[in-house]
Design a protein around this ligand. Structure first.
Ligand code: THU
Length: 127
């Protein structure tokens, strides 16, 4: 778990967060152990901003990865920052009920299953 958090801490350093100054790092682990990282990337058209979690998911999917086990999210907040609603939807859709590890820079961490953070999701089973 510590290695995954450390990967997210390092990814956070690459955040392009000049509008909010709120830097986030994410690290998504594949079933085989490979780690895909992401950071938030903001845009002057603020709505085009992409969260760290989604960057990690898009990177992993575009590399052909399909099975995931854990996602770590790191930000510099006292209470570890949880993924936004849009990211919960995307992670649910592409990663399933993975473990979500939230951590801050002081070493505080919390663990959840995505199904507990995102109850009663809308997904492909309704289509
Ligand atoms: N952000 C993330 O990257 N992940 C989260 O879990 C919460 C929010 C980013 C989006 C935006 O760049 C900044 O944090 C402030 O909302």
């Amino acid at each position: 778990m510590q290695g995954l958090i450390e990967a997210a801490v390092r990814a956070r350093e690459n955040a392009r967060a000049g509008f909010s100054n709120f830097r986030v790092g994410a690290a998504l682990e594949e079933a085989g152990g490979r780690i895909h990282t992401g950071c938030n990337i903001e845009n002057a058209t603020l709505g085009l901003t992409v969260c760290a979690e989604r960057v990690a998911v898009w990177k992993a999917l575009s590399e052909g990865s399909r099975q995931f086990t854990r996602l770590a999210v790191v930000a510099d907040t006292e209470v570890p920052t949880p993924p936004c609603g849009a990211c919960r939807q995307i992670v649910w859709e592409f990663c399933g009920d993975v473990e979500i590890i939230l951590a801050n820079l002081q070493g505080r961490s919390e663990r959840f299953r995505l199904r507990d953070l995102f109850p009663r999701p809308f997904d492909a089973s309704f289509l």
